[in-house]
Design a protein around this ligand. Structure first.
Ligand code: TXA
Ligand code: MG
Length: 318
């Protein structure tokens, strides 16, 4: 059944908005909500039909696995096994922009679609107060990918969500712009910790907590899912990276002390740049299709995650 043509409600960040969002989620509706990283497209993770609707709304060609969101680290024990290094990381960084891929606990009641048949489940405890209140009020694990149509840039404002998914979701809870601005860092266990996606929690912080370097693996290696496509997070316009200056006809997305159409951080602050990245890509996308040149971004701290997203956005298109 097509869900196009719904009237998407915008809910405000107050007790009434949270109660409405929670009741919609419990009834199997789709509700987009803010986290400190990006807006999620939430559904009750125990409801097969609701989870299936996530894929329909995003236009995802395949069922790739989803992150479940929980209000507290204590709530994780019902759905996954958290021990060893995973527990250390949870203790150090939850709530926060970290997702852990953990062995799934049988009998937790998660829809099979959530983990797409894998024996593991990705779990996140977000720090955003509105997300926490919503998860608490809902009382269910909430499955949520980023709230963008498949292959598009992740949303860091409620307006971005509406631009991409209006008419395809029941509601958006508007919590203003996301503070971090790009997705969570994802760590799996092999059983040694492995970095699967650089993100809002800098790799250096994880290595400090583990007391040593962490191995890196391409996310979804071995999983046949759109997340592994190198072209992802893409605006319509072509992107040219590591550009010291714009060529004629190009627009410059700057970083540091450069003359630019938009500047991620004139002072060269990587945290500020991460927070602005998706918003500025959305803005340049909305303004036209002239190619976008992007200043070099230092490859440390949040810069690693920024460069990962930029490389995907610049990758050849299918
Ligand atoms: O910040 C974030 O992580 C946001 C907010 C909404 O929480 N969510 C997000 O979800 O970015 P999504 O679906 O766009 O990205 C999750 C990634 C996907 O590449 C998915 O394939 C991978 O995590 N993933 C999920 N479960 C997995 C599992 N069990 N094993 C390996 N990879 C998994
Ligand atoms: Mg995504």
């Amino acid at each position: 059944m097509s869900v196009d043509g719904l009237k998407t409600e915008t809910l405000s960040a107050d007790a009434g908005g949270i109660a409405r969002a929670a009741s919609l989620l419990r009834d199997g509706a789709l509700v987009s909500f803010p986290t400190e990283t990006v807006y999620g497209l939430g559904a009750d993770a125990t409801n097969d039909r609701a989870v299936a609707r996530i894929f329909e709304a995003k236009g995802r060609p395949r069922f790739n696995p989803l992150i479940i969101h929980l209000p507290t680290p204590e709530a994780v024990a019902d759905f996954a096994i958290l021990d060893g290094a995973a527990q250390d990381l949870a203790q150090a960084f939850w709530p926060g922009p970290l997702t852990l891929v953990l062995p799934m606990k049988p009998g937790g009641g998660l829809s099979k679609l959530v983990a797409a048949g894998l024996p593991t489940v990705a779990v996140r405890v977000p720090a955003h107060p509105l997300a926490q209140e919503l998860l608490m009020a809902t009382g269910r694990p909430i499955a949520a990918p980023s709230a963008n149509p498949s292959g598009r840039i992740s949303p860091s404002t409620a307006q971005h969500v509406l631009d991409g998914l209006s008419g395809r979701v029941e509601a958006v809870l508007d919590g203003g712009p996301c503070e971090v601005g790009l997705e969570s860092t994802i760590v799996g266990f092999d059983p040694e910790p492995v970095l699967l996606r650089p993100g809002g929690l800098p790799t250096e912080a994880i290595e400090a907590a583990l007391g040593g370097p962490i191995a890196t693996r391409q996310i979804n290696a071995g999983i046949n899912a759109p997340g592994q496509l190198s072209s992802h997070y893409a605006p319509d316009a072509a992107l040219r990276l590591n550009a010291e200056t714009a060529r004629p006809g190009e627009r410059l997305l700057g970083f540091g002390h450069v003359e630019a159409n938009l500047n991620l951080s004139p002072s060269g602050d990587l945290v500020e740049a991460a927070a602005n990245l998706f918003r500025y890509l959305h803005q340049l996308d909305a303004e036209g299709d002239a190619p976008i040149a992007v200043s070099p971004i230092p490859d440390h701290g949040m810069g690693r995650a920024i460069n990962d997203r930029l490389r995907r956005a610049a990758a050849p298109r299918d």
